[in-house]
Design a protein around this ligand. Structure first.
Ligand SMILES: *Cc1c(COP(=O)(O)O)cnc(C)c1O
Length: 357
């Protein structure tokens, strides 16, 4: 017999992108930053020894919280550090949503959201995006009518790279009766000229939580470190009640602190990613791909061969040691999501595609 709860037995589980253990693969499938983290990170790794691990780590990562709060110009009380952005998502659901209450999201979206909702036994309300991946004009009405307790909005959007501006976020936050989580996993790659800054919403609304992560912008996906920003009334219950005691180990905390003391290094990588994003986009369009405008570190590209082309192209690239992401989902089956790599990696991808398409 199965001991699983009914909803867990019905659940499919989250499918991670492939994580090969060789270093030869050109890995453009899970949106890692292609440049290494700050040298300050290496310095921490080299400076630590086993004795440092004998004691428990700081329980709420206050040194990191102070650094991140200063970086954002907010108070430490408005910030919680978590084991990746993914832990924050789980905390928000288990702290603020009763099992059975609906959780709303766009379709498509980050494929972990529906899995986390189902683990908590919450119905999922999916609001389809328009064909250009912008929000449905009826998005707010649909979400309000559904009675959603929580709305999960990834911005810039994954997997398209589309950006919702702050005026629209303000409108949504003001109209929703539940909480709004703005998942800014890819925010660092937005062109600074756009002046996107959602943090001002915190002073205006007590129902907004912003998710950030070091996985993408700071080249630290292997570390597992993220954070949430919001009103004290939202942060405190997670910090004091629902978080795992010692959710962040000492090594992670020290490394995350080092990364945030050298944002200048990360910012250089964001600039290089934007430059390569433009260049890769141009090359893909030149080969007949239809590429959505992206504010992120990946491109969603419809393959010239249409529906029959995307999966076979994904496989042909894989045979040549190049991994990209293919989603077997209705609106994505004719597309590939390609993480922006280094100039050399992007050149090799384009060279392979020139032969294949
Ligand atoms: C990567 C990512 C996250 C957070 O990932 P962590 O590695 O757990 O910090 C959250 N949302 C989206 C859409 C992501 O792509």
């Amino acid at each position: 017999m199965s001991w699983e709860r009914d909803n867990i037995r019905r659940l499919e589980g989250y499918t991670s992108g492939e994580q090969p253990d060789d270093t030869d693969t050109i890995k453009l499938n899970t949106n890692e930053n292609p440049w290494p983290p700050s040298p300050a990170v290496d310095a921490v790794l080299q400076s630590m020894d086993g004795e440092a691990l004998r004691r428990y780590p700081p329980p709420t990562a206050d040194a990191f919280r102070d650094l991140a709060a200063r970086y954002h110009g907010i108070q430490r009380d408005n910030l919680i550090a978590t084991r990746g952005g993914d832990e924050l998502l789980r905390l928000v659901i288990t702290t603020f949503v009763e099992p059975g209450q609906p959780i709303a999201m766009t379709d498509p979206t980050y494929s972990l959201y529906p899995v986390l909702a189902q683990i908590h036994d919450c119905p999922v309300v999916k609001v389809p995006l328009e064909s250009d991946w912008s929000l449905d004009p009826a998005f707010i009405d649909t979400v309000v009518a559904s009675g959603a307790r929580l709305t999960l909005l990834v911005n810039p959007h994954a997997p398209s790279g589309q950006l919702v501006d702050v005026a629209q976020l303000r409108e949504i936050a003001g109209a929703l009766e539940g909480l709004l989580l703005i998942d800014e996993a890819y925010v660092d790659f937005i062109d600074p000229a756009i002046e996107y800054d959602s943090l001002g919403l915190l002073g205006e609304f007590d129902n907004v939580i912003i998710l950030r992560t070091l996985s993408k912008g700071y080249s630290l996906a292997g570390l597992r470190f993220g954070y949430g920003i919001g009103a004290v009334g939202l942060i405190r219950p997670m910090l004091e009640k629902t978080r795992d005691s010692y959710n962040l180990d000492l090594v992670s905390q020290r490394i995350a602190e080092a990364a945030l003391t050298d944002v200048a290094h990360a910012r250089e990588t964001w600039k290089k990613v934007r430059e390569e994003r433009e260049r890769l986009g141009r090359s893909l369009r030149g080969l007949g791909f239809d590429v959505s405008p992206s504010h992120s570190n990946f491109l969603l590209a419809r393959t010239p061969g249409g529906q029959s082309g995307a999966e076979s192209l994904y496989r042909a690239l894989k045979d040549r040691g190049i991994l990209v992401r293919y989603f077997n989902e209705p609106r994505l089956v004719d597309k590939l999501r390609i993480s922006v790599g280094t100039p050399d990696e992007n050149d090799r991808l384009i060279a392979a595609l020139e032969v294949l398409v």
